[in-house]
Ligand binder design. Structure first.
Ligand code: AMP
Ligand code: ZN
Length: 120
């Protein structure tokens, strides 16, 4: 597994080689708006490390994945998701072809905002 895959669209977004609407960035995590939003709020959280999917996670990624989980509610609120319990958000992490994954760089969809949504 390479830290950066030059053929990976999300690695190229993280590197600033493809433009994106950034939501958040730190040393390990990058978040940006999905180009085809399903919901009024729809952004993707990705590790900067090129991990193809959840199927490649190792114990060394425990802290990274934990940080993404803790960051999600904070970013969701900042992006305009209404507060729990009447608001809230949905997190989706498609894994593999049968799991509906199209981009093979691990990413968590965070979706929220008033319904109806386009999908989901
Ligand atoms: P998945 O089907 O879970 O692999 O989702 C990939 C997501 O990436 C889709 O929701 C796409 O709309 C989104 N996506 C693909 N290319 C871009 C891009 N250049 N900028 C932002 N989002 C993108
Ligand atoms: Zn990548």
């Amino acid at each position: 597994m390479r830290a950066h895959d030059p053929n990976c669209i999300f690695c190229r977004i993280i590197a600033g080689q493809i433009p994106s609407k950034k939501v958040y960035e730190d040393e390990d995590i990058f978040a940006f708006h999905d180009i085809h939003p399903w919901a009024p709020v729809h952004f993707l959280m990705v590790p900067k490390l090129h991990i193809p999917s959840m199927a490649q996670l190792d114990p060394e990624h425990e802290r990274l994945m934990g940080r993404m989980m803790l960051l999600a509610p904070q970013l969701a609120a900042e992006q305009g998701c209404n507060p729990y319990p009447d608001g809230g958000f949905r997190m989706v992490c498609n894994t593999g072809t049968e799991g509906g994954q199209e981009v093979h760089h691990l990413h968590v969809h965070v979706m929220g905002g008033p319904r109806p949504w386009l999908r989901g």
